[in-house]
Design a protein around this ligand. Structure first.
Ligand code: PLP
Length: 371
């Protein structure tokens, strides 16, 4: 028995008829960029996220970068980001011209430690960009309170958290704007690249729409030097099908997480995800931490169980950020996570017997260590 880390083919097969119909509809329409499908998806996803506006864009990184640019953030500005995140969060800030200012995570929730944000604020700080890491909302009330006090914007990196709620409210509407990714492996994944911005701000929404479409409101009238970053009709049509499945599939992910949490709770030396009272996570990934991470990963691989590391190298230690002058020891919590994290198979199509194999294999390693 093989246990894939994530089974995208199984997702396709469950909704094949609807996806195939959507594909045929778009092909048949003869219209492939900025049309009815994108318009409909934007309305449906805005409603799902309980916000006024959704703007489809090319990918999650663009969503974040366009938010920053449309907000007038650029050279000389600073944006607070978590130390432990996918590098896209940092790159969005860098591409805008601003400087990412890293803040370490809370050791229990793994999202940005709101009690450490104030000490990172300077006269140049313009925004805070929390990441709902692994599908779990960050501590948004505390973050918003700090932002109001210092006159900062709050932009959610919601790329891993489609459908997650914070005190009952969906991600995407918990700050001034949010960036989503529809990369195939995300909870709401397209069949190619895609992304979206959600916001309740009418002016910002209009600016982002213009910036992502060559800086143009009216065809061939270019108000600013914009970008080409648009969600296409095909991805929008396929995403509309998958959006209808999102809640059910998130619910199935939750069953997988509950099973792991229950079965692994007594494992010695294993840190399990902690869900704070404010959060209803959507379990984009299920991440355990252990100082024997490599041994666990090897043993699982030998049994045909796929795992991943989110993430093996934190952004500040990537060659891409060598010029920033950070070194090993600069952010010990993120560095420690990069050594210890292990993402177990997760997704709506995992079967009980597959989960049991994962658990048994993990238990074998700790039994072996005891003898
Ligand atoms: C996936 C991801 C992104 C970027 O999304 P793309 O669509 O791949 O550009 C940004 N931030 C986080 C936290 C992500 O996981």
């Amino acid at each position: 028995m093989n246990v894939p880390f994530l089974d995208l083919k199984a997702q396709y097969l469950e909704i094949k008829d609807e996806l195939d119909a959507a594909y045929a509809r778009v092909m048949d329409s003869g219209w492939y960029i900025l049309g009815k499908e994108v318009e409909a998806f934007e309305a449906e996803f805005a409603s799902y996220c309980q916000v006024k506006h959704c703007i489809g864009v090319g990918n999650g990184l663009d969503a974040l970068q366009l938010i920053l640019r449309a907000s007038g953030i650029g050279t000389g500005d600073e944006v607070i980001v978590p130390t432990n995140t996918y590098i896209a969060t940092w790159l969005a800030v860098t591409y805008s011209g601003a400087k990412p200012v890293p803040v370490e995570p809370d050791e229990h929730t793994n999202t940005i430690d709101s009690s450490c944000i104030e000490s990172a604020i300077t006269a140049r700080t313009k925004a805070i960009m929390p990441v709902h890491l692994y599908g779990q909302p960050a501590d948004m009330d505390s973050i918003n309170e700090i932002a109001v006090h210092y006159g900062l914007k709050v932009f959610e990196d919601a790329a891993q958290a489609h459908g997650a709620t914070y005190k009952g409210q969906r991600t995407g509407g918990l700050g001034d704007a949010a960036g989503f990714s529809f990369y195939p492996g995300k909870n709401l994944g397209a069949y190619g690249d895609g992304g979206a911005v959600t916001t309740n701000d009418d002016v910002l929404a209009e600016k982002i729409r213009m910036l992502g479409n060559y800086g143009s409101r009216i065809k061939y009238h270019n108000n600013v030097k914009g970008f080409n970053s648009r969600l296409d009709e095909m991805q929008a049509a396929l995403l509309r099908v998958k959006l209808r499945k999102l809640d059910e599939w998130n619910e199935r992910r939750k069953l997988v997480a509950t099973h792991y949490l229950d079965q692994l709770k007594d494992e010695p030396g294993m840190l399990l995800p902690v869900v704070p009272s404010w959060a209803e996570p959507v379990w984009h990934v299920f991440v355990i931490q252990s100082s024997h991470r490599n041994e666990l990963q090897k043993h699982l691989a030998e049994a045909g169980v796929g795992t991943m590391l989110h993430y093996p190298i934190p952004p500040h230690l990537q060659d891409a950020y060598a010029e920033s002058g950070y070194r090993a020891g600069s952010f010990p919590l993120a560095e420690n996570m990069s050594q210890n994290v292990l993402s177990l198979p997760m997704g709506p199509h995992l079967e009980k017997r597959q989960l049991q194999l994962v658990v048994t294999m993990l238990q074998e390693v700790s039994l072996g260590r005891r003898c």
